[in-house]
Ligand binder design. Structure first.
Ligand code: NAD
Length: 270
């Protein structure tokens, strides 16, 4: 059921790799709610060809961009405005990758070149997106820019390794750039801290199934699904949240405010 919450709005959605991706579900919801957008992903991810299926369903064009490349981002935001016919109202940064996690490196044995890559891809790219938009004056007043985060920015998780620092940096960029862009152009910048979700990026973390189940038991509402996240993103892109900026918004079924739950007590009672 559509409420046309995003009718007349234009944007860019990063990170739809396959049908499990949070960005994939978001693209479908934004389309359903009347928003128009371009889709983008790293050229290497394009090889899977899946994104073209999504583009067809949503009537969107695909523009490859490595989110760490200022040149690619410049091209992406210039072309997106041409294709969509004006300045943009929303941007979703749904990007995360750690070479250290991919290669199974422990936190006491980090490869620092890869560590920097993790930070560049998963956090600094958000600054690059915002700076590119500002320089091109690509966003309308009250545009909404979102990135996806995880609670490992605030709490220690052994297997999340260098991604924890990337998420802390991502959330910090949302605050700093949100302040700047709010004053300059009334643009809103936020992060959404999402429950563990079964996607390619999520499942890449060792022990994922265990902390997925743990979070589910610790959340009064249970884990938020990728589809729930897509719904929240639509609301954050809509005019109903015009005064929300510089926030890290917990979208986790209550996990972050729970000490322990009856569900977990029952599970652990011998
Ligand atoms: N899955 C979870 O448990 C979970 C929980 C909280 C937050 N998140 C965050 O949600 C976001 C989306 O992840 P997802 O779970 O949908 O997984 P996903 O694997 O479907 O999406 C990650 C995306 O990042 C893209 N990407 C990687 N390097 C890139 C680059 N250099 N340039 C452009 N794009 C690049 C990938 O191609 C992929 O599309 C990430 O920021 C992730 O950290 C995920």
């Amino acid at each position: 059921m559509s409420n046309n919450l995003l009718k007349g709005k234009r944007g860019v959605i990063f990170g739809a790799l396959d049908e499990n991706s949070i960005a994939w579900k978001t693209a479908l919801k934004v389309h359903e709610e009347g928003g128009k957008f371009t889709l983008t992903n790293a050229p290497i991810a394009m090889r899977m060809g899946k994104i073209n299926e999504l583009a067809k369903t949503c009537g969107a064009e695909v523009i490859p961009a490595d989110a760490t490349s200022e040149q690619d981002l410049n091209n992406l935001f210039t072309k997106s405005q041409e294709i969509l016919g004006g300045k943009l109202d929303f941007v979703l940064h749904s990007i995360g990758m750690s070479p250290n996690i991919r290669k199974g490196k422990e936190y006491g044995d980090m490869n620092y070149e890869w560590y920097l890559k993790t930070l560049d891809i998963s956090a600094l790219s958000f600054h690059k997106v915002l700076q590119t938009c500002e320089k091109l004056d690509a966003l309308n007043e009250y545009a909404s820019v979102l990135a996806l985060s995880y609670i490992a920015a605030q709490r220690a998780y052994p297997d999340y390794t260098d991604m924890a620092q990337a998420k802390a940096m991502l959330e910090s960029i949302a605050r700093s750039y949100g302040q700047r862009y709010g004053v300059k152009k009334k643009v809103r910048v936020n992060t959404i801290s999402q429950s563990p979700t079964k996607t390619t990026a999520g499942a890449g973390i060792s022990g994922f199934d265990v902390f997925f189940d743990y979070a589910d038991l610790m959340s009064p509402l249970g884990n938020a699904s990728a589809e729930d996240c897509a719904n929240y993103i639509v609301v954050m892109f809509s005019d109903f949240t015009r005064m929300v900026t510089m926030q890290n918004l917990m979208h986790d079924g209550g996990f972050s405010s729970s000490g322990i739950t009856d569900n977990l007590v029952q599970r652990l009672t011998k």
